[in-house]
Ligand binder design. Sequence first.
Ligand code: BGC
Length: 772
Amino acid sequence: MSPISRNLTRLTLVSLLVAAPLVPTPALAKFAPNATAGELVDSTAWTRADPKMDRFVANLMAKMTLDEKIGQLTLLTSNWESTGPTMRDSYKEDIRKGRVGAIFNAYTAKYTTELQRLAVEETRLKIPLLFGYDVIHGHRTIFPISLGEAASWDLQAIEKAARISALEASAEGIHWTFAPMVDIARDPRWGRISEGSGEDVYLGSLIAKARVRGYQGSDLSRPDTILATAKHFAAYGAAQAGRDYHTVDISERTLRDVYLPPFKAAVDAGAATFMTSFNEVDGVPASGSRYLLTDVLRHKWGFKGFVVTDYTSINEMVPHGYSADLKQAGEQAINAGVDMDMQGAVYMENLAKSVADGKVDVARIDAAVKAILEMKYRLGLFDDPYRYADEAREKATLYKPEFLEAARDVARRSMVLLKNKDNTLPLAASAKSIAVIGPLGNSKEDMIGSWAAGGDRRTRPVTVLEGLQARAPKGVSVAYTKGAGYNFDDAGKAEGFAEALALAEKSDVIIAAMGEHWNMTGEAASRTSLDLPGNQQALLEELKKVGKPIVLVLMSGRPNSIGWAEENVDAILHAWYPGTQGGHAIADVLFGDYNPSGKLPVTFPRNVGQVPIHYDMKNTGRPIELGAPGAKYVSRYLNTPNSPLYPFGYGLSYTSFTYSPVTLSKASIRPGEPLTATVTVTNSGKRDGEEVVQLYVRDLVGSVTRPVKELKGFQKVMLRKGEKRTLRFTLTDADLAFTRQDMSWGSEPGKYKLWIGPSSAEGSETEFELTQ
Ligand code: BGC
């Protein structure tokens, strides 16, 4: 086993111990047909040997022509929708001719049946199609965007959201989701930060596993489980300047320590497929990287599924300047380890010639075909190609009331209370008139965010206004006006201000529902500013002059720079894009029916100039603390503090928690020996509530410099008011491993600091030593 995989296996075992959430989520438990909570789902079960399958696939492959084999390596979009520039209108003809093995962007029992029939009834070998789709945060019932779900730090809730997504998607003929997106993202300019789990390696790895378990369950042959895809392999989140599809240039050490571990976690959880990324890694486009796709993924990590490209990313190796033409690009991709070509038709058009030229070995094509046919077999498609397409099941499954209830529960768990001056929230009983003001206050389309799969944007989502109106006690009025626009060209337009100010004047409290249009995050949605777009900021400043309490309900898919709001409004709730039931979930939190428990999975900068900023930065030789306040020759800005607006792991509650000093089972440990850190957390406030108790360490001296803090464990606990709980975290040296100076993976002896606290910026500190 490689040093990388050895350590991650051990890390995984320990992480299961330290991170298991203690709060059961009863509202969700009953929706898991696998009847399991968390770790009991063995999503790796499909990786076991199956001699019957081996014989079946070998027999089938013996009958296949080279063209039929290449057909299995081709994935095309239907004409329903597209996420990229190239469309092939002839996809139905391609299916009939056996030139395509998989289709994406097609769902419903009816449509997938129609397409499947072309493959099963009209091709020579009758090999069923595989249907893929971007089911990212729900299929029809939409959950909060992935970054929002991550803010719940609730692995059970996240797993259940994926499970429900699989139940709905599979009922509509879908076999395969292009999720989870496990890219670490540390640059909020990059719109795709919304699709992942944020900046942290440890949290991101656990969430990657939870999502794989949710989609795949323990048994791929059940028609209600679907294949997961770990994407985008690799380092897509490190796009320079946060511009989507841009160059990535990071060190091998950063690649191994930061960007790869969530992918390794996905392999460990049994992710059936991997998707390559658009970017280059050290000068080689990911779809042509033998290092990533074969050396690391297959050889070091032992991945047994298949690798698909991202949308036309083989073709893009030509403009990258890595391939002279499409034929060469196809050769580089297949030889690097890409099994399936998404939408580019490069394999379809060129691979047979490359075999004839001797540039590609048939054995390599066979390996790719085998991996894909095995997946079709494991899904049971050779027994019944239509088993996922059942109109009765579809009707009975979509939008089940319990799914909607789960979406509401996950949404409120994902919300982060950023400010709450003088307990502005929950809303006081004395607030008899509520003004909802802002472009996101009554906007259905925005509630479900980007990548909302089959989600209905027009009628189903519950808006903030609707949620508050439904919940407001008798005698409390809730009125709405938009007030301001959020599009870039709304800047400077103040037509709606007068009406907004008039409404504010006659109301007891203002709910400012502001943020970004849903289309401003996700793919191809990078920004050079993190400010509230349009004229929202100007409206907020005008509203402040009215003198009524202001609650900012922020909806967006990235950290925004809301420094003015932090100083000037009374309360701030980050609601992300909360999904189909978002308005109800927001009302639950604002009225205090749910006590917020989310914590930021990503650092919020004060302004875009601080980017990249993340909690696990290095210290530098001239840390700011070395100088007197305002000293010049230290690592600082002249005009902005180094600290963020809100740190990673931060989030308030309507109650308060106090932490005892941390005690350790030993002052020093040897390799392999466990260290137990103990802390007592007390709910010292007036309400029941949940707290995410976080454990961080710092390796003080290393053979290479080490981050100032690294998350190594957390537990989300429910404490009744006045209740105390003693929590234990167990670590071994495996949790302290990193890529050492000689590029080997392991820990190093020396002194470490350890904190347990409510965020990455606070906590009770202690020290221990790791000896030889
Ligand atoms: C995105 C992928 C997505 C694919 C298929 C691409 O543009 O980068 O994340 O899975 O399209 O829709």
